[in-house]
Ligand binder design. Sequence first.
Ligand SMILES: C[S@@+](CC[C@H](N)C(=O)[O-])C[C@H]1O[C@@H](n2cnc3c(N)ncnc32)[C@H](O)[C@@H]1O
Length: 200
Amino acid sequence: MSTSLAWDERYRGGGFQFGEAPNDYLRAQSWRWRPGMSALCLGDGEGRNGVFLAEQGLDVTTLDWSGVGVEKARALAARRGVPLDARVGDAAAWAYPEASFDLIAWIYLHLPPADRHAAAQGCLRALKPGGLLVLECFSPAQEGRRSGGPKLPELLWSRAIAEAEFATLQTLELTEGAVHLDEGPRHQGLAEVVRGVWRR
Ligand SMILES: C[S@@+](CC[C@H](N)C(=O)[O-])C[C@H]1O[C@@H](n2cnc3c(N)ncnc32)[C@H](O)[C@@H]1O
């Protein structure tokens, strides 16, 4: 089972485990938001996606349970000269503020089913009406591949799980299939993912 201490250990070494550039799918959706909007990046690790959104002029909060990751996210934001409200916390137990975010980015956050449901419910509460949720996570077909992802199959996403968790939102895009990842040392090569965008 993954723990915050295990993630602290991974992040403690030099370099960025998933690179400093944002996730490609998140970047490709950029046309959907504008400077001044508010964003939440869940499980943002070393901050690549939160800092990217802050550079686009969004008012960004990030959440990760790894204190080491959050410190690196703050340092990356400082180095790039952008504000970032980077917080340490458990995505399954966080006090999601009501109708507070124009955008929530859920990028490669893999949680046990009960925690995933709790975090998804938190996202539904925290999105403003009209707000967007962008998700990219590994799917069951990723099992056995070496391009990244959790060891436990129950942590993987599927199109059906996404449809169930976000059934009350409007689905703008939802796909499950193969992509090529080039994201730091931990996400390299052909990978099987779920990608989606929803609007509250
Ligand atoms: C695969 S990494 C992805 C990091 C980041 N989203 C990215 O794409 O660069 C997964 C991240 O989820 C975080 N994480 C896992 N379980 C968590 C939880 N329950 N609450 C908050 N963060 C969690 C880990 O600490 C780690 O930073």
